[in-house]
Design a protein around this ligand. Sequence first.
Ligand code: SF4
Length: 398
Amino acid sequence: MGFGSDSSGGAAVEQDSFGKNLFPLKTNLRFEVPEGISKPLLKWYDRNRRILPWRENPAPYGVWVSEIMLQQTRVEAVKPYYERFMERLPDIRHLAAAPEEELLKLWEGLGYYNRVRNLQKAAVQIMEKYGGNMPGSYEQLKDLTGIGSYTAAAIASIAFGEKRAAVDGNVLRVTARLCMDGRLIDDTKVKASVEEELTRVMPSDRPGDFNQAMMELGACVCLPNGAPHCGECPLSGLCKAHIQGCELEYPKRAPKRERTLEEKTVLIIRDENRAALCKRPGRGLLAGMYEFPSLEGFCSEEEVVAYLKENGIRTLRIQALEEAKHIFTHKEWHMRGFLVRVDELAPREPSEITGKWVFVEPQERRERYPIPSAFSAYTKYLDHEAPENDFKKGSSLK
Ligand code: SF4
Protein backbone atom coordinates (compact mmCIF):
# COMPACT_ATOMS: atom_id res chain seq x y z
CA MET A 1 0.00 0.00 0.00
CA GLY A 2 1.28 3.53 -0.74
CA PHE A 3 0.26 7.16 -1.11
CA GLY A 4 -0.27 8.81 -4.47
CA SER A 5 -1.40 12.18 -5.70
CA ASP A 6 -4.81 12.57 -7.26
CA SER A 7 -4.78 14.51 -10.49
CA SER A 8 -8.00 16.36 -9.69
CA GLY A 9 -6.71 18.33 -6.75
CA GLY A 10 -3.27 17.18 -5.65
CA ALA A 11 -4.74 15.55 -2.54
CA ALA A 12 -3.06 12.50 -1.00
CA VAL A 13 -4.89 9.28 -1.82
CA GLU A 14 -4.28 5.91 -0.24
CA GLN A 15 -3.55 3.20 -2.83
CA ASP A 16 -3.44 -0.59 -2.72
CA SER A 17 -0.44 -2.59 -3.92
CA PHE A 18 -1.68 -2.37 -7.53
CA GLY A 19 -1.79 1.43 -7.41
CA LYS A 20 -5.59 1.47 -7.27
CA ASN A 21 -7.11 4.34 -5.22
CA LEU A 22 -8.90 3.19 -2.06
CA PHE A 23 -10.20 6.41 -0.42
CA PRO A 24 -9.00 9.97 -0.03
CA LEU A 25 -7.08 10.84 3.11
CA LYS A 26 -7.98 13.88 5.20
CA THR A 27 -8.01 16.36 2.34
CA ASN A 28 -10.83 17.38 0.08
CA LEU A 29 -10.88 16.44 -3.59
CA ARG A 30 -13.66 18.91 -4.42
CA PHE A 31 -13.72 22.23 -2.65
CA GLU A 32 -17.26 23.13 -1.73
CA VAL A 33 -18.48 25.32 1.14
CA PRO A 34 -21.71 23.95 2.69
CA GLU A 35 -24.74 26.00 1.60
CA GLY A 36 -26.14 26.03 5.13
CA ILE A 37 -23.45 28.11 6.84
CA SER A 38 -25.09 31.57 6.50
CA LYS A 39 -28.00 31.12 8.88
CA PRO A 40 -26.12 29.85 11.97
CA LEU A 41 -23.19 32.16 11.21
CA LEU A 42 -25.32 35.33 11.05
CA LYS A 43 -27.33 34.31 14.10
CA TRP A 44 -24.08 33.90 16.05
CA TYR A 45 -22.73 37.20 14.70
CA ASP A 46 -25.85 39.12 15.74
CA ARG A 47 -25.39 37.92 19.32
CA ASN A 48 -21.61 38.00 19.63
CA ARG A 49 -20.18 40.68 17.39
CA ARG A 50 -17.74 43.11 18.97
CA ILE A 51 -18.69 46.78 19.05
CA LEU A 52 -16.04 48.53 16.97
CA PRO A 53 -15.93 52.22 16.03
CA TRP A 54 -15.92 51.54 12.27
CA ARG A 55 -18.73 49.01 12.53
CA GLU A 56 -21.34 51.21 14.13
CA ASN A 57 -21.40 53.64 11.23
CA PRO A 58 -20.19 51.69 8.18
CA ALA A 59 -19.55 54.71 5.92
CA PRO A 60 -17.26 53.88 2.97
CA TYR A 61 -14.34 56.08 4.08
CA GLY A 62 -14.31 54.65 7.62
CA VAL A 63 -14.60 51.06 6.38
CA TRP A 64 -11.71 51.66 4.00
CA VAL A 65 -9.39 53.26 6.60
CA SER A 66 -10.17 50.56 9.18
CA GLU A 67 -9.63 47.70 6.74
CA ILE A 68 -6.24 49.08 5.69
CA MET A 69 -5.21 49.55 9.34
CA LEU A 70 -6.39 46.05 10.25
CA GLN A 71 -4.10 44.42 7.70
CA GLN A 72 -1.27 42.95 9.81
CA THR A 73 -2.53 44.65 13.01
CA ARG A 74 -4.83 43.48 15.81
CA VAL A 75 -8.24 45.08 16.37
CA GLU A 76 -7.41 46.35 19.87
CA ALA A 77 -4.22 48.00 18.64
CA VAL A 78 -6.02 49.64 15.73
CA LYS A 79 -8.83 51.32 17.72
CA PRO A 80 -6.91 54.37 19.07
CA TYR A 81 -5.12 54.84 15.73
CA TYR A 82 -8.41 54.76 13.88
CA GLU A 83 -10.03 57.31 16.16
CA ARG A 84 -7.07 59.71 15.97
CA PHE A 85 -6.85 59.32 12.18
CA MET A 86 -10.56 60.01 11.66
CA GLU A 87 -10.42 63.04 13.93
CA ARG A 88 -7.48 64.58 12.07
CA LEU A 89 -8.45 63.47 8.53
CA PRO A 90 -12.24 63.06 8.63
CA ASP A 91 -12.80 62.57 4.90
CA ILE A 92 -11.18 61.76 1.58
CA ARG A 93 -10.52 65.43 0.81
CA HIS A 94 -8.48 65.91 4.02
CA LEU A 95 -6.61 62.63 3.44
CA ALA A 96 -5.68 63.60 -0.13
CA ALA A 97 -4.29 66.96 1.02
CA ALA A 98 -2.41 65.85 4.17
CA PRO A 99 1.38 66.43 4.29
CA GLU A 100 3.35 63.16 4.16
CA GLU A 101 4.93 63.71 7.57
CA GLU A 102 1.53 64.14 9.21
CA LEU A 103 0.37 60.89 7.59
CA LEU A 104 3.42 58.98 8.74
CA LYS A 105 3.06 60.45 12.22
CA LEU A 106 -0.58 59.27 12.39
CA TRP A 107 0.63 55.81 11.33
CA GLU A 108 3.67 55.75 13.61
CA GLY A 109 3.79 52.38 15.40
CA LEU A 110 1.39 50.58 13.05
CA GLY A 111 4.20 49.57 10.67
CA TYR A 112 3.96 48.71 6.97
CA TYR A 113 4.00 52.41 6.11
CA ASN A 114 3.32 51.89 2.41
CA ARG A 115 -0.25 51.20 3.47
CA VAL A 116 -0.79 54.84 4.46
CA ARG A 117 1.08 56.17 1.43
CA ASN A 118 -1.15 54.10 -0.83
CA LEU A 119 -4.19 55.24 1.12
CA GLN A 120 -3.31 58.80 0.21
CA LYS A 121 -2.56 57.95 -3.44
CA ALA A 122 -5.99 56.35 -3.72
CA ALA A 123 -7.60 59.40 -2.04
CA VAL A 124 -6.02 61.62 -4.70
CA GLN A 125 -7.35 59.27 -7.42
CA ILE A 126 -10.84 59.44 -5.88
CA MET A 127 -10.68 63.25 -5.80
CA GLU A 128 -9.63 63.38 -9.45
CA LYS A 129 -11.81 60.64 -10.89
CA TYR A 130 -14.89 60.57 -8.64
CA GLY A 131 -15.06 64.12 -7.26
CA GLY A 132 -14.14 62.94 -3.75
CA ASN A 133 -16.90 60.29 -3.49
CA MET A 134 -15.81 56.73 -2.90
CA PRO A 135 -16.77 54.58 -5.89
CA GLY A 136 -19.32 51.91 -4.97
CA SER A 137 -18.45 48.81 -6.95
CA TYR A 138 -15.88 46.08 -6.33
CA GLU A 139 -14.30 46.52 -9.77
CA GLN A 140 -13.90 50.31 -9.42
CA LEU A 141 -12.49 49.96 -5.90
CA LYS A 142 -9.97 47.34 -7.00
CA ASP A 143 -8.57 49.81 -9.54
CA LEU A 144 -7.45 52.18 -6.78
CA THR A 145 -3.88 52.09 -5.47
CA GLY A 146 -3.41 49.80 -2.46
CA ILE A 147 -6.86 48.20 -2.71
CA GLY A 148 -6.70 44.49 -3.47
CA SER A 149 -9.48 41.97 -3.80
CA TYR A 150 -9.97 41.61 -0.02
CA THR A 151 -10.30 45.33 0.75
CA ALA A 152 -12.41 46.02 -2.35
CA ALA A 153 -14.80 43.23 -1.38
CA ALA A 154 -14.93 44.40 2.25
CA ILE A 155 -15.82 48.00 1.28
CA ALA A 156 -18.20 46.97 -1.53
CA SER A 157 -20.09 44.55 0.71
CA ILE A 158 -20.08 46.41 4.05
CA ALA A 159 -20.61 49.98 2.78
CA PHE A 160 -22.50 49.34 -0.48
CA GLY A 161 -24.21 45.95 -0.03
CA GLU A 162 -22.52 44.23 -2.99
CA LYS A 163 -22.49 40.42 -2.85
CA ARG A 164 -18.77 39.75 -2.87
CA ALA A 165 -16.76 37.63 -0.43
CA ALA A 166 -13.83 39.29 1.39
CA VAL A 167 -11.20 36.64 2.04
CA ASP A 168 -8.26 37.30 4.36
CA GLY A 169 -6.08 34.93 6.39
CA ASN A 170 -8.78 34.44 9.03
CA VAL A 171 -11.39 33.48 6.45
CA LEU A 172 -8.98 31.15 4.64
CA ARG A 173 -8.30 29.34 7.91
CA VAL A 174 -12.02 28.93 8.67
CA THR A 175 -12.85 27.61 5.20
CA ALA A 176 -9.83 25.29 5.10
CA ARG A 177 -11.02 23.67 8.34
CA LEU A 178 -14.69 23.77 7.44
CA CYS A 179 -14.09 21.94 4.15
CA MET A 180 -10.89 20.05 5.07
CA ASP A 181 -9.34 21.81 2.13
CA GLY A 182 -5.76 20.53 1.81
CA ARG A 183 -4.60 23.10 -0.73
CA LEU A 184 -1.93 25.66 0.26
CA ILE A 185 -3.65 28.84 1.44
CA ASP A 186 -0.70 31.01 0.36
CA ASP A 187 -1.52 30.21 -3.27
CA THR A 188 -3.40 33.09 -4.94
CA LYS A 189 -5.40 30.61 -7.04
CA VAL A 190 -6.66 28.98 -3.85
CA LYS A 191 -7.67 32.37 -2.46
CA ALA A 192 -9.51 33.20 -5.70
CA SER A 193 -11.39 29.91 -5.56
CA VAL A 194 -12.40 30.53 -1.90
CA GLU A 195 -13.62 34.02 -2.88
CA GLU A 196 -15.72 32.52 -5.66
CA GLU A 197 -17.15 29.78 -3.50
CA LEU A 198 -18.04 32.05 -0.56
CA THR A 199 -19.59 34.61 -2.93
CA ARG A 200 -21.79 31.78 -4.17
CA VAL A 201 -23.07 30.79 -0.72
CA MET A 202 -23.35 34.22 0.94
CA PRO A 203 -26.84 35.72 1.30
CA SER A 204 -27.81 38.59 -1.03
CA ASP A 205 -29.53 40.55 1.72
CA ARG A 206 -26.61 40.69 4.22
CA PRO A 207 -23.31 40.32 2.33
CA GLY A 208 -21.45 42.81 4.55
CA ASP A 209 -22.54 41.08 7.75
CA PHE A 210 -21.68 37.67 6.29
CA ASN A 211 -18.13 38.85 5.53
CA GLN A 212 -17.72 40.42 8.95
CA ALA A 213 -19.11 37.30 10.62
CA MET A 214 -16.56 35.09 8.83
CA MET A 215 -13.73 37.44 9.83
CA GLU A 216 -15.03 37.61 13.41
CA LEU A 217 -15.28 33.84 13.64
CA GLY A 218 -11.66 33.52 12.45
CA ALA A 219 -10.47 36.22 14.86
CA CYS A 220 -12.37 35.10 17.99
CA VAL A 221 -13.30 31.40 17.69
CA CYS A 222 -11.50 29.51 14.93
CA LEU A 223 -8.14 30.64 16.24
CA PRO A 224 -4.69 30.13 14.75
CA ASN A 225 -1.69 28.79 16.70
CA GLY A 226 -3.55 26.60 19.15
CA ALA A 227 -6.86 24.92 19.69
CA PRO A 228 -9.84 26.57 18.02
CA HIS A 229 -12.85 27.01 20.31
CA CYS A 230 -15.04 24.52 18.45
CA GLY A 231 -17.42 24.25 21.41
CA GLU A 232 -18.47 27.89 20.83
CA CYS A 233 -18.56 27.67 17.04
CA PRO A 234 -21.87 28.04 15.19
CA LEU A 235 -20.47 25.95 12.33
CA SER A 236 -19.26 22.96 14.36
CA GLY A 237 -22.05 20.73 13.04
CA LEU A 238 -20.99 21.44 9.45
CA CYS A 239 -17.23 21.56 9.93
CA LYS A 240 -15.51 18.54 8.38
CA ALA A 241 -12.23 19.01 10.25
CA HIS A 242 -14.06 19.24 13.59
CA ILE A 243 -16.20 16.19 12.82
CA GLN A 244 -13.04 14.19 12.01
CA GLY A 245 -11.10 15.70 14.94
CA CYS A 246 -8.30 17.08 12.79
CA GLU A 247 -8.82 20.87 13.14
CA LEU A 248 -5.16 21.49 13.92
CA GLU A 249 -4.03 19.92 10.64
CA TYR A 250 -5.57 22.84 8.72
CA PRO A 251 -4.86 25.17 7.02
CA LYS A 252 -1.92 23.93 4.96
CA ARG A 253 0.80 26.44 4.08
CA ALA A 254 3.89 26.54 1.91
CA PRO A 255 7.13 26.32 3.95
CA LYS A 256 8.24 29.76 5.18
CA ARG A 257 11.09 31.62 3.51
CA GLU A 258 14.03 32.16 5.88
CA ARG A 259 14.52 35.71 7.13
CA THR A 260 17.81 37.50 6.57
CA LEU A 261 19.56 38.83 9.68
CA GLU A 262 21.07 42.31 9.86
CA GLU A 263 23.16 43.60 12.75
CA LYS A 264 23.18 47.33 13.45
CA THR A 265 24.67 49.67 15.99
CA VAL A 266 22.13 52.36 16.82
CA LEU A 267 23.35 55.72 18.13
CA ILE A 268 21.24 58.05 20.23
CA ILE A 269 23.41 61.13 19.94
CA ARG A 270 22.44 64.10 22.08
CA ASP A 271 23.77 67.47 23.06
CA GLU A 272 22.21 69.45 25.85
CA ASN A 273 18.84 69.98 24.16
CA ARG A 274 18.57 68.05 20.96
CA ALA A 275 19.12 64.62 19.40
CA ALA A 276 20.29 63.65 15.93
CA LEU A 277 17.92 61.85 13.54
CA CYS A 278 18.22 61.04 9.86
CA LYS A 279 15.63 60.36 7.21
CA ARG A 280 15.48 56.95 5.56
CA PRO A 281 15.52 56.77 1.75
CA GLY A 282 12.26 57.47 -0.07
CA ARG A 283 11.95 53.87 -1.32
CA GLY A 284 12.18 50.45 0.31
CA LEU A 285 11.83 49.37 3.93
CA LEU A 286 10.39 52.11 6.22
CA ALA A 287 10.73 54.61 3.38
CA GLY A 288 10.74 58.27 4.38
CA MET A 289 10.61 57.60 8.14
CA TYR A 290 13.12 59.04 10.61
CA GLU A 291 15.65 56.90 12.44
CA PHE A 292 18.70 57.16 14.63
CA PRO A 293 22.10 57.38 12.98
CA SER A 294 23.45 53.84 12.84
CA LEU A 295 26.40 51.75 11.79
CA GLU A 296 26.34 48.38 10.10
CA GLY A 297 27.31 45.44 12.31
CA PHE A 298 27.94 45.41 16.07
CA CYS A 299 30.49 48.11 16.97
CA SER A 300 32.40 48.62 20.21
CA GLU A 301 32.35 51.83 22.27
CA GLU A 302 35.79 52.77 20.88
CA GLU A 303 34.63 52.23 17.28
CA VAL A 304 31.62 54.48 17.84
CA VAL A 305 33.78 57.25 19.35
CA ALA A 306 36.24 56.98 16.44
CA TYR A 307 33.40 57.10 13.89
CA LEU A 308 31.97 60.25 15.43
CA LYS A 309 35.41 61.85 15.58
CA GLU A 310 35.95 61.14 11.87
CA ASN A 311 32.72 63.01 11.24
CA GLY A 312 33.73 66.05 13.31
CA ILE A 313 31.81 65.23 16.50
CA ARG A 314 33.47 65.13 19.90
CA THR A 315 32.07 62.57 22.35
CA LEU A 316 31.82 63.67 25.99
CA ARG A 317 30.29 60.49 27.41
CA ILE A 318 29.08 57.19 26.01
CA GLN A 319 26.91 54.48 27.52
CA ALA A 320 26.01 51.05 26.16
CA LEU A 321 22.26 50.41 26.06
CA GLU A 322 20.23 47.22 25.93
CA GLU A 323 20.24 45.09 22.80
CA ALA A 324 17.01 44.91 20.81
CA LYS A 325 15.50 42.92 17.98
CA HIS A 326 12.84 43.78 15.42
CA ILE A 327 11.27 41.26 13.07
CA PHE A 328 9.97 42.27 9.66
CA THR A 329 8.33 39.82 7.24
CA HIS A 330 11.57 38.81 5.52
CA LYS A 331 14.21 40.43 7.67
CA GLU A 332 15.35 40.63 11.28
CA TRP A 333 17.26 43.53 12.76
CA HIS A 334 19.48 42.75 15.72
CA MET A 335 20.50 46.01 17.33
CA ARG A 336 23.05 47.21 19.85
CA GLY A 337 22.51 50.74 21.16
CA PHE A 338 24.72 53.50 22.55
CA LEU A 339 23.63 56.73 24.19
CA VAL A 340 26.21 59.33 23.28
CA ARG A 341 26.53 62.79 24.83
CA VAL A 342 28.39 65.22 22.61
CA ASP A 343 29.44 68.83 23.12
CA GLU A 344 27.75 70.10 19.98
CA LEU A 345 25.58 68.11 17.62
CA ALA A 346 26.06 70.07 14.43
CA PRO A 347 29.74 70.00 13.47
CA ARG A 348 31.15 73.23 12.01
CA GLU A 349 32.09 71.35 8.86
CA PRO A 350 29.42 68.72 8.23
CA SER A 351 30.65 65.48 6.64
CA GLU A 352 28.70 63.59 3.99
CA ILE A 353 27.06 61.70 6.86
CA THR A 354 26.32 64.43 9.40
CA GLY A 355 25.15 66.77 6.62
CA LYS A 356 22.05 64.56 6.31
CA TRP A 357 21.17 64.61 10.01
CA VAL A 358 18.48 66.76 11.56
CA PHE A 359 18.71 67.97 15.14
CA VAL A 360 15.45 67.93 17.02
CA GLU A 361 14.17 68.74 20.50
CA PRO A 362 12.04 66.12 22.34
CA GLN A 363 8.72 67.96 21.93
CA GLU A 364 9.37 68.64 18.25
CA ARG A 365 10.28 64.99 17.72
CA ARG A 366 7.03 63.77 19.23
CA GLU A 367 4.94 66.09 17.07
CA ARG A 368 6.68 66.00 13.72
CA TYR A 369 9.20 63.21 13.27
CA PRO A 370 7.77 59.70 12.78
CA ILE A 371 10.15 57.02 14.08
CA PRO A 372 9.21 53.40 13.29
CA SER A 373 8.44 51.03 16.15
CA ALA A 374 11.47 48.97 15.08
CA PHE A 375 13.42 51.46 17.26
CA SER A 376 10.99 51.47 20.18
CA ALA A 377 13.63 50.11 22.59
CA TYR A 378 15.66 53.29 22.02
CA THR A 379 13.07 56.01 21.46
CA LYS A 380 12.68 56.48 25.22
CA TYR A 381 16.20 57.88 25.40
CA LEU A 382 15.02 60.87 23.36
CA ASP A 383 12.20 61.82 25.62
CA HIS A 384 14.03 62.90 28.75
CA GLU A 385 14.40 66.61 29.03
CA ALA A 386 17.58 66.16 31.12
CA PRO A 387 19.90 63.75 29.31
CA GLU A 388 22.43 63.89 32.15
CA ASN A 389 20.26 61.45 34.09
CA ASP A 390 20.70 58.83 31.40
CA PHE A 391 24.46 58.75 31.69
CA LYS A 392 24.88 57.49 35.23
CA LYS A 393 26.69 54.35 34.11
CA GLY A 394 28.38 55.81 31.05
CA SER A 395 32.11 56.28 30.45
CA SER A 396 33.23 59.88 30.56
CA LEU A 397 35.61 60.88 27.79
CA LYS A 398 36.17 64.41 29.01
S1 SF4 B 1 -15.79 23.88 14.29
FE1 SF4 B 1 -13.80 24.43 15.05
S2 SF4 B 1 -12.39 24.14 13.35
FE2 SF4 B 1 -14.47 24.15 12.51
S3 SF4 B 1 -14.81 26.25 11.89
FE3 SF4 B 1 -15.59 26.06 13.96
S4 SF4 B 1 -13.90 26.65 15.30
FE4 SF4 B 1 -13.07 26.25 13.26
